[in-house]
Design a protein around this ligand. Structure first.
Ligand code: CMC
Length: 470
C-alpha cells in the first residue's frame, strides 16, 4: 500500500480511475512527438497568430500532448505524479530533472520550509492597502518584495545588521528601491554562496543558483495566504514548519490545520497546475529572464500574465458564470444565448489540447467527490456537468473544445474554503515551480528572446507640425 497517502487512498483510487479511463479512451491517439535528439537550429516551423506553432526553445522540463490529452513532467505522467507524489517532490523534479533520493528530499523540504518565514516581506507588503487590491496585483508586488532578502544578503562587501533588513517604514522602502543596475541582477542568478551551499547538499547546478527559486516557491504561497486573510479582515498567520506545502498553505489561509483529505486535494491541485509547456505566463517569465533581469522579476511577469481571463483568470470567471446560470433548468437557454452572442465559454478550449485536458479529468471526480459534501457546491457541480454536455455536444467534435483545467478547479477550491477572488493566486502559487524550473533551464544556454513583427504600416508619411493638424 502507498504509505505516503495511506489516509487518502480513496483519492488515489479516483485519480487512478481517471487515469485508466484516459488511457483507454486515447489509446492509439497520436504518439509522443519528440525531436529524438538535439535540435538543429535554426529550426523550421509554421507560425500562426499568437505565436501558434512557434518553437521558442528546447526543454526537458515538461511536455503537453494536445492530441492525446497527456501531460508529462520530466518524463513522468501527471496522473502518476498526482496518484503517488507530492507537490514538494514534483517541484524538486521540475527544478532538478530527477526525483530526489530520500536525503535530497529531506534537505529540499527543509529548505522550502525555512523559506516560509517571510514575515519581513509581509510587513512591507502590509504597509500597502492589500485588502483593497486585486489579490494577483498584491501577490506580484509581494513576489518582488521577496527579492529584498537576497538582494541585501548578496552584498558580500556590505553585510547589513539584521536590524537593517526590512521594515515597513518609508526610509527602508526608499533605500531598497535604489536601482542596482544590470550587474547586480546577473549576480542574482549566480550567487556564489548559494552555489557553495548547493554543492554541499548535492543540489548544485553549475550554471545557476537556486536560492530565489526556493524563496519564491515557498514565499508566494505564504504571501497568497496572508493576502487572503487580510482581505477578509484577519491578521496573517505564522507558517508552520512541520506541515507539508499544501497543508501549510491551507492552514495559513484558514487558521485551521486541514484534514488529510483537504491536504491531499490541495496537494493534487498544486501538482496539476505546476507546469504546462510554453504557456503565456511561462513564456512571459522566460522572456524577462532572458534579458538577465532576475528570478523575482521573472516570476512577477509570470503572475501578471497568468492573471488574464484567457489564462489563469478563467477559473474565477467559471464560478461567476455558473452562478450567473444559477439553475440547472437554465443551462441550455444560457448556452444557446452564449453561442448566439459568440461568447467564449470560460473553462473550455485550449491552444494545445484538442482532446480532454488530463488535468480536468482528475479535477472533475475530485470536485464531484469533495464538493458533493457541500450542497451549494454540489448544485454548482450539477450545473457544470450539464454545461459541459452542452458545450462538448456542440463544439467538441467540430472545434475540439473540451473542459480545461480551469473548469472544475474553482469548485474544488471553494469546497476548501478558498474564495473565488483567490483562485488565480492559488494557480500562481503552484505555477511558480514551473516558471522557475523553465527559467533555470533556459538560462543554461541563454539567448535573449527577440522575435519580430511584420510591419504593415506606411513608410512615407510627411510630418506636420501640431498646429497644422486638424
Ligand atoms: N468557448 C467557445 N468557443 C471557443 C472557446 C470557448 N471557450 N475556445 C475556443 N473557441 C472557438 C473559437 O471561437 C474559435 O472558433 P472559430 O474558429 O469559429 O473562430 C476556435 O474555437 C479557436 O479558438 P481560438 O480563440 O482561436 O483559440 P486560441 O488557441 O487562440 O485560444 C483559449 C485558447 C484558451 C484562450 C480559448 O479557448 C479561450 O478563450 N477559452 C476560454 C478561456 C479559458 O478557459 N482559458 C483557460 C485556458 S487553460 C488554463 C490556462 O492556460 O490558464
Amino acid at each position: 500500500m502507498d504509505q505516503l497517502h495511506k489516509k487518502t487512498q480513496h483519492i488515489t483510487k479516483l485519480i487512478l480511475k481517471a487515469s485508466k479511463a484516459a488511457r483507454e479512451e486515447t489509446r492509439g491517439d497520436g504518439g509522443y512527438a519528440s525531436s529524438g535528439g538535439a535540435v538543429k537550429w535554426p529550426v523550421e516551423c509554421t507560425v500562426g497568430p499568437g505565436l501558434e506553432g512557434a518553437i521558442a526553445c528546447e526543454s526537458k522540463v515538461g511536455y503537453v500532448n494536445g492530441v492525446k490529452g497527456a501531460l508529462i513532467y520530466r518524463g513522468y505522467d501527471v496522473f502518476d505524479l498526482c496518484a503517488y507524489s507530492t507537490f514538494e517532490e514534483v517541484s524538486y523534479l521540475l527544478l532538478y530533472g530527477k526525483l530526489p533520493t530520500p536525503s535530497q528530499f529531506e534537505i529540499f523540504k527543509k529548505k522550502l520550509a525555512q523559506h516560509r518565514n517571510v514575515s519581513d516581506t509581509l510587513r512591507l507588503l502590509m504597509s500597502f492597502p492589500v485588502e483593497n487590491m486585486n489579490p494577483m496585483a498584491a501577490l506580484r508586488m509581494g513576489a518582488h518584495f521577496l527579492r529584498r532578502e537576497f538582494s541585501t544578503i548578496d552584498q558580500d562587501d556590505h553585510k547589513p545588521d539584521s536590524g537593517d533588513f526590512i521594515g515597513s517604514d518609508e526610509d527602508s522602502i526608499a533605500m531598497e528601491t535604489v536601482p542596482k543596475g544590470s550587474k547586480r541582477a546577473i549576480y542574482e542568478f549566480k550567487r556564489k554562496k548559494q552555489r557553495e551551499r548547493e554543492r554541499d547538499d548535492g543540489t548544485y547546478n553549475p550554471a545557476t543558483g537556486y536560492g530565489p527559486c526556493y524563496s519564491l516557491i515557498a514565499g508566494t504561497s505564504c504571501l497568497a495566504a496572508a493576502i487572503k486573510r487580510v482581505r477578509e479582515g484577519h491578521l496573517p498567520i505564522e507558517p508552520r514548519m512541520d506541515l507539508s506545502h499544501a497543508a501549510n498553505l491551507l492552514y495559513m489561509m484558514t487558521g485551521k490545520e486541514p484534514s488529510p483529505e483537504e491536504e491531499r486535494i490541495m496537494d493534487v491541485a498544486l501538482i496539476l497546475h505546476a507546469d504546462h509547456g510554453m504557456n503565456a505566463s511561462t513564456f512571459a517569465s522566460m522572456v524577462v529572464a532572458s534579458t538577465l533581469s532576475d528570478m523575482y522579476f521573472s516570476v512577477g511577469a509570470g503572475i501578471a500574465a497568468l492573471n488574464g481571463p484567457l489564462h489563469g483568470g478563467a477559473n474565477e470567471q467559471v464560478v461567476k458564470m455558473l452562478e450567473e446560470i444559477g439553475k440547472k433548468e437554465r443551462v441550455k437557454a444560457w448556452f444557446d444565448e452564449a453561442m448566439k452572442e459568440k461568447k467564449k465559454i470560460m473553462g473550455f478550449g485550449h491552444r494545445v489540447y484538442k482532446a480532454y485536458d488530463p488535468r480536468a479529468r482528475i479535477l472533475l471526480p475530485l470536485a464531484e467527490f469533495f464538493g458533493g459534501k457541500n450542497d451549494e457546491i454540489a448544485h454548482m457541480f450539477e450545473i457544470a456537468t450539464l454545461l459541459e454536455k452542452q458545450v462538448v455536444g456542440k463544439l467538441g467534435k467540430e472545434k475540439k473544445i473540451f473542459p480545461n483545467v480551469d473548469f472544475y478547479s474553482g469548485m474544488l477550491y471553494q469546497s476548501l474554503g478558498i474564495p473565488a477572488e483567490m483562485f488565480t493566486s492559488i494557480f500562481a502559487v503552484s505555477r511558480v515551480s514551473g516558471w522557475t524550473a523553465r527559467v533555470m533551464e533556459y538560462l543554461e544556454n541563454n539567448r535573449i528572446f527577440r522575435p519580430r513583427a511584420i510591419y504593415t504600416g506606411t513608410f512615407d508619411e510627411k510630418y506636420k507640425p501640431l498646429r497644422n493638424r486638424k
